[in-house]
Design a protein around this ligand. Structure first.
Ligand code: ZN
Length: 128
């Protein structure tokens, strides 16, 4: 497996899953666009994965185990395992969001607790 994979997401697509396109091994990431008034037509929960949602544009609401939360661009939220969820766009606004699924409780290091600063011989020209 190569260390780099790249794909392009059609901004007009309703839903694009990146798991296969990027050969992801630890997460599923989907890019989603619900038109104004549209909803994901079911409630679902996850057994092992938590979901992190990043609202990029628009307005809507998410229902989580009976509670409704208003959403707007810039909102980020997490839903843990077992909780039922359903999301919809506002009647007058599309809702664009990214959803990241990762194994709940799997994070062992991040940012500088997982990163090593490297000094390769042929590094990027903009760092020369
Ligand atoms: Zn889900």
């Amino acid at each position: 497996m190569t260390a780099f994979s790249l794909t392009h997401v059609d901004a007009a697509a309703g839903r694009t899953e990146l798991h296969e396109a990027l050969a992801l091994t630890g997460a599923e990431i989907s890019c989603n666009l619900l038109p104004a008034g549209a909803a994901v037509p079911f409630v679902h929960s996850h057994r092992k994965n938590e979901e992190i949602y990043l609202v990029l544009e628009g307005k809507g609401q998410v229902w989580v185990d009976g509670e409704v939360h208003d959403l707007a661009a810039g909102d980020c939220f997490r839903i843990g395992t077992g909780a039922g969820r359903a999301i919809h766009a506002a009647s007058d606004s599309a809702l664009r969001f990214v959803c990241i699924q990762v194994r709940e409780g799997s994070l062992e290091g991040y940012t500088m607790t997982d990163a090593d600063v490297c000094t390769p011989e042929n590094g990027p020209s903009w760092l020369a």
